[in-house]
Design a protein around this ligand. Structure first.
Ligand code: ZN
Length: 376
């Protein structure tokens, strides 16, 4: 029995059909594409997300979760995070038929695409509002486009608006909270969230990610925040190849002690599944069982720190084969409601030989040293 079974929580799910209509085009960066190779669908596409919802429905879990609304975020909600100039840039591209934006041209805004980006941001606020209002204990926003790379003035890495940060500033500025924490386990650095709260002591921003992956030169342990925000940004860059034991060590030695010290009133998890063993955009080795264990740890910590208040916003995860099973495991654990689904990738023939290697332990120790020096 893992953490959640027998301890049912009311869990909200944000889902909206129009989120699946976010058009990512046929040209996946760079902005000037090659005339030499047939175009291919970008990794962030409808299929992977719809397959998650299909599995949630097929398992019977969707019916047992609270269906949360997904209204568009208002311009004021977006402007807590993004500049007026950037908002106008997205608006203009959206009105003019769409195109690619931002670093390496990796973020596509479709024709009228701002409407769907506003839905994704609004879905993250809806999940947060439901948790803060006590309508549900915790909530998962199954949204796209993702958000954690988006900067105040720039799209990046498939992200248009910074959904999780927008939800966080809603919780602080409108919801009246004093302290929130982010635990971002997407395999890529949560650079947008880091930048948005860089000088803000009200938010502890933690990111576990594959070191030197994406964005380039971003997410080192010495990035600890600035001004009044010094000591409220914690990066845990892990070497490629890390599996469950490395992530659990990072949680037990770094993430959980940081949460216990900071005592957030709400924990937001920018939840990517691209640290999964199948992922084409990451080189880590997590399974659905690993994501279940990480969720159980966050859930247990939240119950002792902030009455179980957790909001998860969907980020990356690009294996259409295994990501649905990862997300189902997270939602089973969040809600405490098991299903009959067996993950085919957990069968004995698929077993991953997970060893916690010395260079992986060194990476966890480096993050732990930063935690002890600047944060604890
Ligand atoms: Zn990612």
């Amino acid at each position: 029995m893992l953490g959640g079974w027998g301890e049912n929580m009311t869990t909200g799910l944000v889902w909206e059909e129009r989120l699946m209509w976010h058009d990512t085009g046929m040209y996946f960066g760079p902005a000037v594409f090659s005339p030499w190779i047939e175009p291919v669908q970008p990794p962030e596409n409808t299929d992977g997300k719809r397959r998650i919802k299909n599995l949630l429905d097929r398992s019977g879990l969707t019916k047992k979760l609270h269906d949360l609304s997904c209204p568009q975020a208002s311009k004021e909600d977006i402007r807590r995070v993004h500049t007026a100039k950037y908002f106008a840039e997205v608006e203009k591209l959206s009105e003019n038929g769409g195109g690619n934006l931002g670093l390496m041209g990796t973020t596509h805004v479709g024709n009228k695409g701002i409407d769907i980006a506003l839905l994704a941001a609004g879905g993250s606020i809806s999940a947060t509002k439901a948790v803060l209002d006590g309508k549900v204990d915790n909530a998962y926003a199954l949204i796209r486009p993702p958000g954690h790379h988006a900067r105040p003035n720039e799209a990046m890495g498939f992200c248009i608006f910074a959904n999780a940060a927008i939800a966080g500033l809603y919780a602080l500025d409108i919801g009246g909270l004093d302290r929130i924490a982010f635990v971002d386990w997407d395999v890529h650095h949560g650079n947008g969230t880091q930048e948005i709260f860089w000088e803000d002591p009200r938010a502890l921003t933690i990111s576990l990610h594959q070191e030197n992956c994406f964005p380039p030169a971003s997410g080192a342990t010495d990035e600890i925040g600035a001004a009044k925000g010094i000591g409220t940004n914690l990066n845990i860059p892990l070497p490629p190849g890390c599996g469950e034991s490395a992530y659990l060590a990072a949680f037990d030695h770094v993430v959980l002690p940081a949460l216990e010290t900071f005592k957030p009133q709400l924990i937001i998890v920018p939840c990517g599944f691209d640290a999964g063993f199948h992922d084409p955009l990451g080189r880590m080795m997590l399974t659905s069982h690993s994501f279940r264990l990480l969720t159980a740890r966050i859930k247990a910590a939240s119950q002792s720190i902030c009455d179980g208040k957790i909001v998860m916003t969907h980020e990356g995860g690009y294996s259409p084969h295994s990501v649905p099973f990862h997300c189902l495991a997270v939602l089973e654990e969040l809600s405490g409601i098991p299903t009959d689904v067996l993950d085919p990738y957990l069968q004995p023939s698929q077993k991953i030989d997970d060893k916690f290697l010395p260079h992986q332990a060194d990476a966890v120790s480096r993050a732990e040293a930063v935690l002890k020096k600047y944060i604890l």
